[in-house]
Design a protein around this ligand. Structure first.
Ligand SMILES: *[C@@H]1O[C@H](CO)[C@@H](O)[C@H](O)[C@H]1NC(C)=O
Ligand SMILES: *[C@@H]1O[C@H](CO)[C@@H](O)[C@H](O)[C@H]1NC(C)=O
Ligand SMILES: *[C@@H]1O[C@H](CO)[C@@H](O)[C@H](O)[C@H]1NC(C)=O
Length: 344
């Protein structure tokens, strides 16, 4: 593949043609990339397509369940988290089904509207309602500071079987969100992924529960996973943008959390909405729009974003804060859409 860097549409094509770990959240900046590309290549090179639009993307429904009843997100805070960090993330999740009011358009709930367009076999839409469920703190790193994909399931097992205040078991409409603090490494973190989703195995956890992991990349690889609030060192001259909530790691996590929740809702057991022939490497509704945050996005361009009075970059309003969240694929129009689209 000629362009070293892939955004959006190119990422999707790359995913269609190579074998990757299932349901990973890919980032625009690939660590194997090197310093031969200039910032100009990054900004203007790559795909000429806009917002992922393509006749080549065949997103299909594979008949599995999607989340059509009120979705509850149960969070596991693994490691050391500040109150202020938790607040930014909780408010994002609470913003997903908040009435458009509060801080106004474009809103996080407007972003979720694209996800609601997806249906199951019966024609039932993805739930409008996403709410914060119970939370569990795993302050003392119960499974160490380096987790594998399998040990992640053990962390979830500990949370749902804890003697005091276990997380509720809700395989039908519960999502389990494991968030690891900046001092925790997770298998493939930074090198290939910033987050991923899957479901737990009954043999490990006792139940089949859709879950996602998202890591705080602030210490390990902000230029990979908190882009564009941090930029990779190997790209001279590219400046990071100011993040909307003053926490680069957490502001970077928000888009990945949005990515994973959107995919969990539409493909919780990895047998519902995805593109590609290979169910072990599905390309899902957020993968198709990786790195696209606004109108014109695609190739290596993020698209048009917004800037607040303090100079921070964002593209949607939550109930009390602003966030930068990637767009998701809209199967009705066959391109990526988001609430800050200029042509709406
Ligand atoms: C660096 O990038 C160039 C151009 O894309 C490529 O030809 C070369 O193989 C790369 N080197 C490494 C070490 O990846
Ligand atoms: C439900 O999905 C259908 C088909 O995609 C779409 O036309 C409709 O607008 C969706 N309804 C809501 C409330 O999102
Ligand atoms: C689902 O959420 C809505 C609010 O969005 C609420 O009115 C309704 O009672 C909830 N339904 C269930 C079954 O909890």
């Amino acid at each position: 593949m000629s362009p070293v860097f892939h955004f959006g549409f190119l990422t999707a094509l790359a995913l269609l043609s190579i074998t990757v770990s299932p349901v990973a959240c890919w980032r625009p900046w690939r660590p194997q990339a090197n310093a031969t590309a200039t910032p100009t290549d990054l900004l203007y090179g790559g795909s000429k397509k806009f917002e992922g639009s393509s006749e080549f993307v065949h997103l299909r429904y594979h008949m599995g369940p999607v989340l059509t009843s009120n979705i509850t997100v149960h969070t596991i805070w693994y490691g050391t988290w500040q109150k202020s960090q938790k607040k930014i993330i909780r408010e994002f999740i609470n913003s997903i089904s908040a009435p458009a009011a509060s801080k106004g358009r474009p809103s996080v709930s407007g972003w979720w509207r694209t996800v609601q367009q997806y249906t199951d076999q019966t024609g039932a839409n993805i739930s409008h309602t996403v709410r914060l469920g119970e939370e569990k703190n795993d302050r003392f790193y119960s499974h160490g500071k380096s987790l594998t994909r399998l040990s992640i399931q053990s962390v979830i097992k500990s949370a749902v079987t804890a003697r005091s205040k276990p997380l509720p078991i809700n395989p039908k409409s519960g999502l389990y969100l494991l968030l690891t603090s900046a001092d925790v490494y997770v298998q493939d973190f930074c090198g290939q992924v910033c987050g991923f989703h899957y479901f737990t195995f009954p043999s490990i956890v006792g139940y089949t529960l859709p879950y996602a992991w998202v890591g705080n990349s602030a210490k390990l690889c902000p230029g990979v996973c908190a882009y564009p609030f941090a930029v990779p060192e190997y790209i001279p001259g590219l400046k990071p943008l100011k993040s909307p909530n003053g926490d680069i790691g957490v502001d970077g996590m928000i888009s990945v959390i949005g990515h994973e929740i959107a995919e969990l809702a539409t493909n919780p057991l990895v047998n519902a909405w995805y593109a590609g022939q290979d169910p072990s490497a599905p390309v899902e509704i957020a993968d198709l729009c990786e790195g696209i945050y606004g109108t014109g996005g695609g190739g290596s361009y993020t698209g048009q974003m917004l800037e607040d009075r303090d100079g921070a970059t964002y593209n949607m309003n939550g109930i009390r804060r602003r966030y930068l969240v990637q767009w998701v694929w809209n199967h009705l129009v066959n391109y990526c859409t988001g609430p800050n689209a200029l042509d709406q």
